[in-house]
Design a protein around this ligand. Sequence first.
Ligand code: ATP
Ligand code: MG
Length: 257
Amino acid sequence: MSTTSPAAIEITGLRKAYARQLVLDGLDLTVPLGTVTALLGANGAGKTTTVSILSTLVPADAGSATVLGHDVRSQPDAVRRLIGLTGQLSAVDPLLTAQENLRLMADLRLLPRSRRRHRVDELLETFGLAAARRTPTQALSGGMRRKLDLAMTLVGDPRVVFLDEPTTGLDPRARRDLWQQVRELVSDGTTVLLTTQYLEEADQLADTVAVLHGGRLVAHDTPAGLKTAHDAGSLDDVFLALTDPEAPSTDQHEEIA
Ligand SMILES: Nc1ncnc2c1ncn2[C@@H]1O[C@H](COP(=O)(O)OP(=O)(O)OP(=O)(O)O)[C@@H](O)[C@H]1O
Ligand SMILES: [Mg+2]
């Protein structure tokens, strides 16, 4: 897909294998600044692996990836300063309250003391957690913990945010609330790469949708463009057509010897 805006994320020829299993087989992906890209794929397609490589948690075997021009392998500290990650598994400490979790994150992000308090209060308010600020997190509902997860990701005002299945388990209203938070983030210039199994979420939220299958992208276009190209009424139909396990996408899918 061609784009005129500069890239927030640039992935070229990324490869990753675990033991004998090839997960990423030459992945290329460009995410323009200030946009939302949804990375779709079946369970085990490599979405979390991609996010983990981009957030410097896992090394790639080959290829390159940059975030705001910084190479994830050679400049991991610069990348970490610029990104926020809401992982597929929660980062919330269940023994701390919502406020304490946010303060801890503010300290880890080295926020100045004067800014810390204001930022923590602001996020508690924004995510509807103010009333629960002194509740131990283990007593919150799963959806509220997920909101806290996202709030913790945003403490340091990251310029690029990775959201790995951010709305799994949220009720429809909480999901829409979170979409709204993401839209506001992006209107402030933040770039978002999200993974999701909810294709309506991708349709509603993403500027572009990238579909991972067989270790590579098999499509990357706007939701409308994908539906038109596949003569499909919904992204579900597009997804099913593109990720058919009986029709491997890569022409020369390699086995690891
Ligand atoms: N640390 C690891 N060690 C061995 N195999 C791994 C490891 N992490 C991931 N894998 C394997 O790599 C493949 C891709 O996993 P990944 O978590 O990236 O998929 P995913 O697209 O995020 O799936 P899901 O939709 O289930 O979250 C899977 O087959 C998984 O079992
Ligand atoms: Mg995953």
